[in-house]
Design a protein around this ligand. Sequence first.
Ligand code: AMP
Length: 461
Amino acid sequence: MENRYINEKCAVVGVFNHENASQLAYFSLFSMQHRGQEAAGISSSDGHKMHTIKDRGLVTQVFNEQNISTLVGDIAIGHTRYSTAGDDSILDAQPVYARFDLGEMAIVHNGNFTNAKQVRRRLIEKGAIFQTYMDTENLIHLIAKSDKKELLERIIDGVKKVEGAYSLIFSNPNQMFAVRDPNGFRPLSLGRITNSKGEDGYIVASETCAFDLVGAKFIRDIRPGELVVFEKGKAPKSIQIFEPTPHYCIFEYIYFSRPDSSVFGKNVYKLRKEMGRTLAKESPVEADMVIPVPDGGVPSALGYSEESGIPFNMAIVRNHYIGRTFIEPTQKIRDLKVKMKLSAMSDVISGKRVIVIDDSIVRGTTSRQIVRMLKEAGAKEVHMRISSPPTTHPCYYGVDTPEQDKLIASKYDTAQIANYIEADSLAYLSIDGLLDSVGRDLNYCTACFDGNYIVPPVDAN
Ligand code: AMP
């Protein structure tokens, strides 16, 4: 129960003033599937009524031509959910929809409220009844209970009572609102897409890869602390509801975002390559080849290889069709789990000294299995290089890291971890090296590496 009021890393999208709004939302969610595979949903608005479809599963499993065609209207908001905690029930899928005194409303949320338990306790004490374990549902109650007249004012009222990380999109039958928390932890970008009447339509999405797929033009990021109002016949209206205090999530660059996205104004692929270059400068080692752990380790392994001059080989192959396996291997055949996903080529590796690059170590399980797999494939030496600093602290702002005592780097030093994962050597990118790689022109949240929590995690205390 303790960790249930969370929402975690997810993708959100909102489409405004386009006759194919729900289809565009569908394709956008499809392009952002990497941000969440548990559940997907879309709510559309036709000017009078809202229509919602959501379910557990991948975007392509939840939606088909027939059910998408029932999501009529020229506004649509959508969500893909990633959460290992929370409840598995369909109620915990988004959009969160409610009817209240102002009519209908739907919300999608990427991020995590750090005071969700506290807010919910207070609401329950005042008689509120909840249907889900999602922190996002708190906001529905705060908006419904607000004594302000207009939805816009009530949204402002509501978000002023929540803390933490939120990139949110709201819609009612004829308006859409996009809001980003003052730190801008999670990304949220604004694009333009012309409708069939030649009018400006708008799209708001977690990642710009969504714009590329649907042919939208990137305008700008929604600013930290900004609320943008979309209304028919008007240009989007910007309201800066909080003083911006940017602390962008650096883990978006390391692991989470798609490499072709521009996140916080920077191309993710280029930054990952730069992290690999810096890692090669900081932690060189003599070896015959550099191998990425696909897909996350590929750009940084390319950077490491270019910088060190050691040849790059795709000597680990990933099966992209694995999805979720519902047959849990027994202890005895547990290795099967990683082997179903990743396979090492002994013809390439046998007798060689290899540098293997991954983006992060969380519990240490994956690295240990990969080192074993490479050794079984005949590698003479395996040197693990990680293109991020040791993950020592849990994230309260929407990345799904486990509790601190499950993070191997919170308990052990690098030599002990090298020993645990059975590698001949192990090195991480330093925090300084990471900041040099991504550029020091922006302010980042690095709490998962240094425990410097910008917003106090009220619920964790
Ligand atoms: P572990 O086996 O627990 O050490 O997990 C490390 C692997 O998980 C690495 O290959 C990462 O690419 C991947 N990873 C890192 N962060 C996350 C996350 N928040 N959710 C899912 N996978 C992750």
